[in-house]
Design a protein around this ligand. Structure first.
Ligand SMILES: [Fe+2]
Length: 295
């Protein structure tokens, strides 16, 4: 059976069947997946029982793996997975759910806020690929919102108002909004804010989108309360159900999303029970502030 993609909602998401991604792909399969990503922004591959090595091999079809340093508070000696794999489970190195007061766990709660992966990096991520190795029985859906569809639905005055705005993004803004405020001097330096355009243009499709993320906590040249209110209003607009696909995880699902045109969040789950989700990330190619205005 050849590869085929079935739309999941009118605005966002497609389900891919007819492919085994544990094996090396043919160039035409890679091209079909890239084209599907441009069109649907999120692709679901059910029933792909991957090892970490297979997941990384599949990932590099779409670009280099992003350097994960500077993205969390987990100390190198506490890491559960090999370099190249981002651990978004609730597990410690011993394979057991992290303690309730674990700093690592509390920091990771920030993933329950709407965000775009690595928007806190000067060159943010292209794709994220998430593999479900142990699914939690209660909660833990991941929701994806299409930022291109959300941008297109704005009125013209708002589009004009935000066209050239530049935001500051930092992990300290997203975590700070949850009351996680204690950082070492080393972490403060690591999480220094970076600049991102509020409206970005997709490098392949040319489609404009809102570049929102809970890591965004300030807008250049705008008083902080005005900036936070504008970002909050835009987030409310962009996450209406008509722009959103809700993914209910099944064991061995692999989901890819394009961080250049989506936001996502995980919903709360029973974190006394294991949830083993492993992410690989494809690096982006350019800073958004390098994009010309009004392309
Ligand atoms: Fe994420």
């Amino acid at each position: 059976m050849p590869l085929s993609i079935r739309p999941l909602t009118p605005a966002i998401g497609g389900e891919v069947t007819g492919i085994d991604i544990t094996k090396p792909l043919k160039p035409e399969e890679v091209a079909a997946i890239e084209a599907g990503m441009d069109k649907y922004a999120v692709l679901v591959f059910p029933g792909q029982n991957l090892t970490d090595e297979q997941q990384m091999a599949f990932t590099v079809n779409f670009g280099a793996i992003e350097d994960a340093r500077g993205g969390n508070v987990t100390k190198p000696q506490d890491k559960r997975l090999v370099t190249g794999m981002n651990d978004v489970s609730n597990l410690g190195k011993d394979g057991k759910p992290l303690a309730r007061d674990s700093r690592q766990r509390l920091f990771n709660i920030g993933n329950m806020l709407w965000h775009s992966d690595s928007s806190f990096r000067p060159i943010p991520a292209k794709y994220s690929l998430l593999s479900a190795r142990v699914v939690n029985k209660k909660g833990g859906n991941t929701e994806f919102a299409h930022m291109g569809a959300a941008y297109e639905a704005l009125d013209d005055d708002t589009k004009r108002e935000i066209e050239d705005l530049v935001c500051e993004h930092s992990l300290m803004y997203s975590r700070g909004s949850l009351g996680f405020l204690d950082y070492t001097d080393e972490e403060k330096a690591m999480f220094k804010p970076v600049r991102q355009r509020l409206v970005r243009t997709h490098p392949v499709t040319g489609r404009k989108s809102l570049y929102l993320s809970s890591h965004a906590g300030a807008i250049l040249g705008m008083p902080m309360p005005d900036a936070r209110m504008l970002l909050n209003d835009l987030k409310e607009h962009a996450t209406q159900p008509r722009f959103v696909y809700v993914h209910e995880w099944k064991l061995y699902d692999l989901v890819i999303w394009d961080n250049r045109q989506t936001m996502h969040r995980v919903r709360r789950y029973d974190d006394t029970q294991p949830r083993d989700m492993r992410r690989t990330t494809v690096a982006g190619s350019a800073p958004t502030v390098a994009q010309a205005a009004a392309e």
